[in-house]
Design a binder for this molecule. Sequence first.
Ligand code: PMP
Length: 304
Amino acid sequence: MSKEKIWMNGKYLYKSEGIINISAAAFHYGTSIFEGILCIMTKSGKRSAVFRLQDHMDRMFESAWTLNYKISYSKEELESAVISLIKVNKYDSCYIRPVVFEDADYLDFGSKKNILNIVILCKGFNHALYRWKMRSCAKVMISKMVRNSWPDVLIKAKISGKYLNSVVARQEAKNNGFDDVILLDSLGNVSEASSSNIFIIKSGAIKTPRRENTLNGITQSSVMRIAKDLGYSVAEEDIKVEDMLDADEAFLTNTASGIIPISQIDSKKIFERNQKSQAKILRNKYIDIITGKDIKYQEWLSYV
Ligand code: PMP
């Protein structure tokens, strides 16, 4: 039996004890909201830190708001629950997944009678291996699937039911030998990858799709701030497939993997693994920040 503990509705349980009602609305209709949060051992080798915990909780509460969910814990209580769960599991590095999901005794959704469950899962990993993995590149394919976009009110919410077109698109990409997929919005603009935001770099200027059309990535906003602080020009604007293909560099961002340079888009190679690049400069800076080496961004770290 896994020794891993979870936090569920205020209690610490073994993962196998985290039982979900088979009639839960979330299971049938995709009405669960979630976050993915990173905790990593810092450079000191003594303390771990969670990256931008408050911002993840803010986004989770905003997602809950779009589904009219009232979470019965405060953000601060859930932040403490995350930190305590990491300690209970004795992890020095882990990926944390809070999920708020709608339960139901009858096969119904959106009912006021339905209870909201909150569970926090936490998966430990070896931080040395993780930092090595963070240095990979990705080959991406442009998908024909359209990412749900404006005026869809759910666009910024991290809700499980919304991921289905990304699931199908990524399956297709993997079957064709790619690592990930780029989805366009309904106007044909580049939107995001299956679970990452996108950046392109052209003649030193960094661009990312307008945040109205994507999940507001926490890594994306971190990269925008870091790049500006490093003196780069950073803009949010509409990006067409041609702009991506014509870029000097492109990269993906997400909590789980950080900054991932894109080596190939469809059949076009745009980046060699060993090449020096601005994406790699940003990635090294980002790793220094999440591991507490660069103290300028200490306010982003919650030490365990
Ligand atoms: N877009 C989507 C659809 C995602 O699922 C994720 C992962 N949460 C991201 C972008 C990147 O967001 P973040 O940097 O907050 O992990």
